[in-house]
Ligand binder design. Structure first.
Ligand code: GDP
Ligand code: MG
Length: 321
């Protein structure tokens, strides 16, 4: 199917056809200009799904939990899609998550959709096209869209800036400190999960996290992020997590903050897309010009800054997409 058939694809995805959804996700990931019309059409139809980000260090149990949460949401009759961001590392759980769901009770259920996306770097964060992928799944009618990503370094805030509700997963046995605090993700959590609470040292992790949160909570008006213990081994806490995710959404609606979050997501996407367009334009325009500017720099006629100013001034203007 060629790009000409874009609008058929949009209609098919919106009618819930899995192959059409998968093709649109591939387009979202590709970032090629030909993919734009279909993705733009999906954006126009998006905005209904509850977008939930799940982050935490590798091995904290995110993929295991996401599969359980998906099953719990399905039991309630709602549909769920998962975008698992795969940091191309040995810890990546994206493929594992897909396998788990295909082989488990959700295998063959059209009300669940799992897609792994690779990040270019090894540090997690969001892959290119993640938010377009969320649009595709949202416009395809999934009630809940979960984004699983590894929280390492600074990038984990990206997921919070993309989601309505952010869940940060910590686990016992992954080091002495609360990993979320190490990575600086405490503030981005709407809900904290301490996973693997079947393990003996889980209570300490919960206590440590709660004591770290006291200051944060005191300063927060409105929603107070709860700390929820979960266990994949016993199933404990999974329904409570689903309930907390729903309660957070309801609180956002009630306070009107959902509109603020949506506006922040849109603003971030606008600025990111602008950066990408500029970078593309720059990449395409620079090649023929660099040599002469280098010569001027070698002769000390232009400083790097002055040369860069000329290079940018020479960029073609107007529509590039
Ligand atoms: N004991 C115990 N182990 C768990 C639990 N959840 C996950 N694990 C194990 O922890 C490891 C990492 O889990 P995974 O979901 O892949 O973590 P991710 O890297 O955060 O996605 C796996 O070996 C899981 O089987 C749990 O609730 N209890
Ligand atoms: Mg994983």
């Amino acid at each position: 199917m060629g790009y000409v058939a874009s609008l058929d694809l949009v209609a098919a995805a919106r009618a819930g056809h899995t192959r059409a959804i998968a093709r649109l996700l591939t387009r979202a990931e590709s970032g090629v200009a030909e993919a734009r019309p279909a993705l733009d059409a999906m954006f126009a139809h998006a905005g209904r799904a509850h977008v939930v980000g799940i982050t935490g260090v590798p091995g904290s149990g995110k993929s295991t939990l996401v599969a359980l949460v998906a099953a719990a949401i399905r039991k309630q009759g709602r549909t769920v899609a998962i975008v698992a961001i795969d940091p191309s590392s040995p810890f990546s759980g994206g493929a594992i998550l897909g396998d788990r769901i295909r082989m488990g009770e959700l295998g063959g259920d059209p009300g669940v959709f799992v897609r792994s996306m690779a990040t270019r770097g090894a540090l997690g964060g969001l892959a290119r096209g993640t938010l377009e992928a969320v649009d595709v799944l949202d416009a395809s009618g999934f009630d809940v869209v979960m984004i699983e990503t590894v929280g390492v370094g600074q990038d984990e805030v990206d997921v919070a800036r993309a989601a309505h509700t952010t869940v940060v997963v910590s686990a016992p046995g992954l080091g002495d400190d609360i990993q979320a605090i190490k990575a600086g993700v405490l503030e981005i959590a709407d809900i904290h999960v301490v996973s693997k609470c079947d393990k003996p040292d889980a209570n300490r992790t919960i206590a440590d996290l709660k004591s770290m949160l006291i200051l944060d909570l005191a300063n927060r008006p409105g929603w107070k992020p709860p700390v929820l213990p979960t266990s994949a081994a016993t199933g404990e806490g999974v329904d409570a997590l689903v309930a907390a995710v729903d309660a957070h959404r309801a609180a956002l609606e009630q306070s009107g903050e959902i509109a603020t979050r949506r506006a922040l997501i849109d603003e971030r996407r606008l600025l990111k897309a602008s950066e990408e367009l500029l970078r593309d334009r720059f990449e395409r325009a620079r090649d023929g010009r660099v040599a002469s500017l280098l010569a001027a720099m070698a002769a000390r006629e232009l400083s790097p800054h002055a040369a860069a100013t000329r290079l940018l001034a020479a960029l073609p203007q107007g529509e590039t997409a």
